[in-house]
Design a binder for this molecule. Sequence first.
Ligand code: ADP
Ligand code: MG
Length: 328
Amino acid sequence: DALVSQIAAGEVVERPASVVRELVDNALDAGATQVTVRLTGGGLRAIVVEDDGGGIPSPQLALAVKRHATSKIASLSELEHVRSMGFRGEALAAIASVAELCIASRALEAAHAHRLDARTGELTAAARAVGTTVEVRELFFNTPARRKFLKSEGTEFAHALDAVRRHALARPDVSFSVWHDGKLAAQWRAAGAGLLPEDNPLTQRMREVLGIDFIAASRGVQAAAGPLRIDGRAGNPEAARSRADVQYLYVNGRFVRDRLVAHAVRSAYEDQLHGSRQPAYVLFLDIAPELVDVNVHPTKIEVRFRDSRAVHQAVRQALVQALALTRA
Ligand code: ADP
Ligand code: MG
């Protein structure tokens, strides 16, 4: 069974960034307004994610690290309407099979916190405010083959930071901070303070995460087509730089990769982009959950649209419109 778990873990946990993504997903699902990520040695030595969400009642702590244990859906039919980031109940179990994992959590009504060591199963009293801290140490200590595929600490940290950046762009209502080897590497505060008159919270967060240059060299995208809403920003065709590094796509708040949508975006620029230049974009697609399958890939990075042609057309149209507007 240890082998089976490790093979399954291979699909979910590829590198420190995968752990960060799953733990931040869980924090957001728990209703956190503040998420702190602390990495040591690019995340190989330690990854600690703290949140101020609803916490886990102590009798359920042991269940949380069991395979296929999720508190987010009770039946397969609920998957059609899932709004949470998680639903597979796999991440904590997968991480625990390839690293040392401890969870300290205090639920809303609890008198104090409890801490579970996933390896020993030991449950002890702990002190913390309402919320959860998950600590992951020595990732892949028992799977040296995997460890060999990892890059330098700096590269792994960069991937982990990008994982938080993806969450941060979609959730301007949540504060994020990221620490590496004891130094603050990034901090994005919840929207409110410092909102420019022309800003909405998403734009403000984009400016903070991606820089003022992205805002200056892009335009708003906003469209609705049937059950689909499209929001975000797309780079000006005449922008000086090719920006494959700034291509963020979200479906119902979840960061995904999708060739179809990427193609639709690129095709809207037609011959306005020279050579192999890539447009920058941050796009949020909102669609009725029953029109998109999110359970396509263990890491949930891919989705399948029920009507992919309609999505392609709507995205292309939204971009064509946005690009035409400011040119006129
Ligand atoms: P999933 O997110 O798919 O349900 P996970 O393995 O990621 O599966 O987490 C298992 C369960 O542990 C979750 O369903 C949730 O009940 C609980 N959990 C994990 N992390 C947190 C957290 N930060 N705050 C509250 N509950 C959590
Ligand atoms: Mg999860």
